[in-house]
Design a protein around this ligand. Structure first.
Ligand code: PLP
Length: 396
């Protein structure tokens, strides 16, 4: 049998593996946490996850399913009960009719995002995206040989904002989609409804796809939920919603998420999900049903706590003359700059060793993030206040 010779072009690493993968930089946030190895008493605010374990009623539902033998493969798009519960949840939350044939269960929001990119990105294609942005948004494009086209969000003390004309101007012949994460990680920016409508109109005119990462939709402080593209879109619109159980129901370790797409994408996603994970874990999906059906009070409690933390961190950072910060509208991050800071990675490594506070360096979120720092405030008020005491004395 003849074997195809390995490609010898420059896209190959000397190991024979894809250069694109072998040369990808390591996570900058991870670099900071590595620098803290062996340093006792660090208050780590670098990762983005809730500070409480999953509530018992969700664990019980999953355990019960596991012990009763719910341990086999599931359909690639998820168990019918979870898809129906997701359709109901999204329909009720957004006052829209979202049918179950538009819903695909995924093994995490991360996997949902990768699936969306696999549907869209060929070598050399680009995805236009407001930045600073969560690094994995770009990572999933890079893996596929595409390019992220950044459009900087504008900072003011009154909040972050997006210039839609600038976003539209960034679209070119190789743009396949506009990716919007709102509420946004790391800035806490929230896209207003009017902008969502205008973006959908633009996408319709151009035949472009919109990928909306709404994983922080329930983590908002001044209204019940963030505006969603689902409020304005019809089922046929070229819209892909990425969402996850991780943040609202404290389920980061469960790896459960979902996509809402036009119904026609169903069989493609069924196939793609097969090649990625072949369906999310069976009993985990039963936990997901419980979360959707009984989880509203838990979310309200979490958000009330985090809302108090938001006040603590925002008020203290804002009062510091060396710091610039806007009050985050959603998610659980304070994103702030410090006077004179030009190398956020070095700053974070020094800070964690010398002051025992762990922050994420702004450069992790793209070039536009340099000079900025991210702190996750899903923590206790005591830890936050101690971390802020340490940070304030460090930058004095
Ligand atoms: C903006 C954004 N999207 C998606 C995710 C993925 O969440 P998960 O893979 O835990 O569902 C995260 C997690 O931090 C995130 O911040």
């Amino acid at each position: 049998m003849s074997v195809e010779p390995a490609p010898t072009d420059s896209s190959r690493h000397e190991s024979g593996l894809r250069a694109r993968i072998m040369e990808m930089p390591a996570s900058r946030i991870r670099e900071v946490s590595d620098a803290a190895m062996g340093v006792p008493g660090v208050i780590a605010l670098w990762f983005g996850e809730p500070d409480t374990p999953t509530p018992k009623f969700i664990c019980d539902a999953a355990a019960e399913a596991m012990f009763s033998g719910d341990t086999f493969y599931t359909p690639n798009r998820g168990i019918p009960e979870l898809r129906a519960a997701l359709a109901k949840y999204n329909s009720k939350l957004y006052g829209a009719d979202i049918a179950a044939d538009r819903v695909t269960v995924t093994a995490s929001g991360m996997s949902a995002m990768m699936l969306a990119k696999q549907l869209l990105v060929d070598e050399g294609d680009n995805i236009v995206c407001p930045t600073p942005q969560w690094p994995n948004v770009r990572g999933t494009i890079d893996v596929l040989g595409g390019v992220q086209k950044p459009v900087p969000l504008n900072f003011s003390e009154n909040g972050w904002s997006l210039d839609l004309d600038q976003l539209f101007d960034a679209v070119d012949g190789r743009s396949r989609a506009i990716f919007v994460n709102s509420p946004g990680n790391p800035t806490g920016w929230m896209m207003p409804r009017e902008q969502q409508k205008a973006l959908l109109d633009f996408a319709r005119e151009r035949g472009l796809w919109v990928v909306a990462d709404e994983v922080y939709a329930r983590v908002v402080y001044d209204q019940p939920h963030a505006p969603s593209f689902l409020e304005h879109a019809s089922p046929e619109d070229r819209l892909i919603i990425v969402n996850s159980f991780s943040k609202p129901w404290s389920m980061t370790g469960w790896r459960l998420g979902w996509l809402v797409t036009p119904p026609e994408l169903g069989n493609r996603l069924e196939m793609l999900n097969e090649f990625n994970v072949a369906g999310a874990t069976t009993f985990v999906q039963r936990g997901g049903v419980a979360a959707l059906e009984q989880g509203d009070a838990f979310i309200a409690e979490q958000v009330a706590r985090w809302g108090k933390n938001r006040d603590i961190i925002y008020n203290r950072l804002h009062a510091n003359p060396k710091i610039r910060v806007a009050r985050p509208e959603g998610a659980f991050y304070a994103f702030f700059s410090v006077e004179g800071l030009t190398d956020s990675l070095k700053f974070c490594k020094d800070l964690v060793r010398e002051a025992k506070v762990g922050l994420a360096p702004g450069i992790a979120f793209g070039e536009q993030g340099e000079g900025w720092l991210r702190a996750c405030f899903a923590s206790s008020p005591e830890r936050l206040n101690t971390a802020l005491d340490r940070l304030e004395s460090y930058i004095e």
